[in-house]
Design a protein around this ligand. Structure first.
Ligand SMILES: C=CC1=C(C)c2cc3[nH]c(cc4nc(cc5[nH]c(cc1n2)c(C)c5CCC(=O)O)C(CCC(=O)O)=C4C)c(C)c3C=C
Ligand SMILES: [Fe+2]
Ligand SMILES: [Fe+2]
Length: 350
C-alpha cells in the first residue's frame, strides 16, 4: 500500500481580527496575480497603496462581527471537517490554507513527520467550482511549494465537484428542510463573483466563454474551467433534484471588489430589487463555499439581510454551508477512498 497523506485546502483567514493581521492577510491574498491579475508593479501600487490601507480597518470590523471564541469560522469549520474525515482513514489528514495559516509548507512537513517515506499526497481543494482565483491558485501554489522544497512524494489533486451526484445530493438535502412547506417566495443561489475577464482568461478555446451566445449552455471543452458554467450547473442540478418551481429560483454573484465588470447579476443589487418584485421571504444559499465564512455570515446574513429588509423585504434566511453535514462528509470520504484505490489516476467526476 502506498504511503499517503491527505491535505484539505481552503482559502484562509487572518490570524486575528486586529487590523495588522487583517492587513497582512489582505496583502498576501490580493498580491496573488491570479486574484488581482495586473502586472506586478501596478498590482503592488494598487494593492499596497490603496486597496489594503482602505479596506483593512473595515474588513477587520467585519471579521470581528463573525469571529468565534476559537477563531475564524472558516478555519474552525475546516478543522471540524478534518476531524470528521480523519477517523475514516489510516492516512493522516492535514489542512492547509492558500493565504495565512496553516501554510501549505506546514501541512507538507506535518505529513512528512507522520508518514516516514511519504510517497503521495492527495490534495483536496475545498472548492466545488473552478476559478483562477480559488481552485487554480490553490493547486498551483501547492505545486510551487512542492517543487521549491524538492519533495520526493508525488502530489495528486481532486477535481472540482460542482456536478458530482454525491455533492448535489448533500447540497440538496441541506436545502430541503428550508423549502419544505413552500413558505418562501424565492431562493437565491448566491455564488462568490469573479471578474468577467477571468472567465475569458481560463477559456482554453479562446473563443467560447462570454463570446458564444448563451455560452454556458452550449457544450464546450471550455466548461472544464468555466466558473460561470459550473455554478449554473450546480444551481440547475440542485433545483431539479428538489423540484423547485423555476420562478422561485434565481442565481446571483456576490462580493464584487473594484470597478471591473464582474459576473452578473450582482447579489447586492438583487437584494434591493427583489422586495419591489413581491419577494418578502427570501432564502439564500451560497454553494461556492463548503464552509461558512465572512462572505456568508457577514455579507449575506448581516449586511445582505439589512439591505433586503430596508428595501421592503420581511425575512432573509441564510441556509448554512455544508460544513460538517454527514452527507457531505460521506461524499468527501468516498471520493478520497475511490481516488486512493484508483491509484490516483485522474478522478472522473459525474
Ligand atoms: C469561491 C471561492 C472564491 C473565489 C472565486 C474568490 C474570488 C475573489 N475574492 C476576492 C476578494 C476577497 N475575497 C475575500 C474573502 C473570501 N473569498 C472567498 C472565496 C473566494 N474568493 C472566501 C471563502 C472568503 C472568506 C474568507 C474568510 O476568512 O472567511 C476577501 C476578504 C474579506 C474582505 O475584505 O472582503 C477579499 C478581499 C477577489 C478580488 C476575487 C476574484 C478576483
Ligand atoms: Fe473572495
Ligand atoms: Fe462559459
Amino acid at each position: 500500500m502506498a504511503k499517503r497523506g491527505i491535505i484539505l485546502m481552503n482559502l484562509g483567514s487572518p490570524d486575528s481580527t486586529e487590523v495588522k493581521d487583517v492587513r497582512r492577510y489582505l496583502n498576501e491574498f490580493l498580491m496573488d496575480g491570479k486574484v488581482i491579475d495586473m502586472p506586478f508593479l501596478l498590482r503592488t501600487l494598487l494593492v499596497r497603496g490603496f486597496i489594503v490601507p482602505l479596506r483593512a480597518p473595515k474588513s477587520a470590523e467585519a471579521y470581528r462581527s463573525i469571529w468565534w471564541p476559537n477563531g475564524s469560522p472558516l478555519i474552525v469549520l475546516t478543522e471540524q471537517l478534518q476531524q470528521a474525515i480523519q477517523p475514516e482513514f489510516d492516512e493522516p489528514v492535514e489542512i492547509a490554507m492558500r493565504y495565512g495559516n496553516p501554510t501549505p509548507q506546514a501541512a507538507y512537513e506535518n505529513l512528512l513527520k507522520k508518514v516516514p517515506g511519504l510517497e503521495e499526497v492527495i490534495l483536496f481543494p475545498l472548492y466545488p467550482h473552478y476559478a483562477m482565483s480559488s481552485y487554480e491558485t490553490a493547486v498551483e501554489y501547492m505545486k510551487e511549494v512542492h517543487k521549491k522544497h524538492n519533495y520526493a512524494f508525488k502530489l495528486t489533486t481532486i477535481k472540482p465537484f460542482y456536478n458530482n451526484p454525491d455533492y448535489i445530493q448533500a447540497l440538496s438535502e441541506s436545502i430541503r428542510p428550508y423549502v419544505a412547506g413552500n413558505s418562501y417566495d424565492k431562493i437565491l443561489f448566491s455564488y462568490h463573483g469573479i471578474p468577467e475577464r477571468h472567465v475569458q482568461k481560463t477559456d482554453m478555446t479562446g473563443a467560447h466563454c462570454l463570446k458564444v451566445n448563451d455560452c454556458c449552455n452550449v457544450p464546450s471543452q471550455a466548461h472544464t474551467t468555466c466558473y460561470r458554467h459550473q455554478t449554473m450547473q450546480t444551481t440547475k442540478l440542485t433545483a431539479d433534484r428538489l423540484n423547485l418551481p423555476k420562478e422561485k429560483v434565481e442565481q446571483t454573484f456576490q462580493s464584487r471588489l473594484g470597478r471591473d465588470q464582474w459576473l452578473l447579476p450582482y447579489t447586492a443589487q438583487r437584494l434591493l430589487e427583489l422586495p419591489k418584485e413581491g419577494v418578502k421571504k427570501l432564502l439564500v444559499v451560497c454553494p461556492a463555499f463548503v464552509s461558512d465564512c465572512l462572505e456568508t455570515l457577514e455579507e449575506i446574513a448581516m449586511q445582505g439581510k439589512e439591505s433586503f429588509i430596508e428595501a421592503g423585504g420581511e425575512e432573509l434566511t441564510l441556509i448554512p454551508c455544508l460544513n460538517v453535514d454527514p452527507l457531505w462528509v460521506n461524499a468527501a470520504v468516498k471520493w478520497l477512498k475511490e481516488y486512493a484505490e484508483a491509484g490516483s489516476k485522474e478522478m472522473i467526476l459525474a
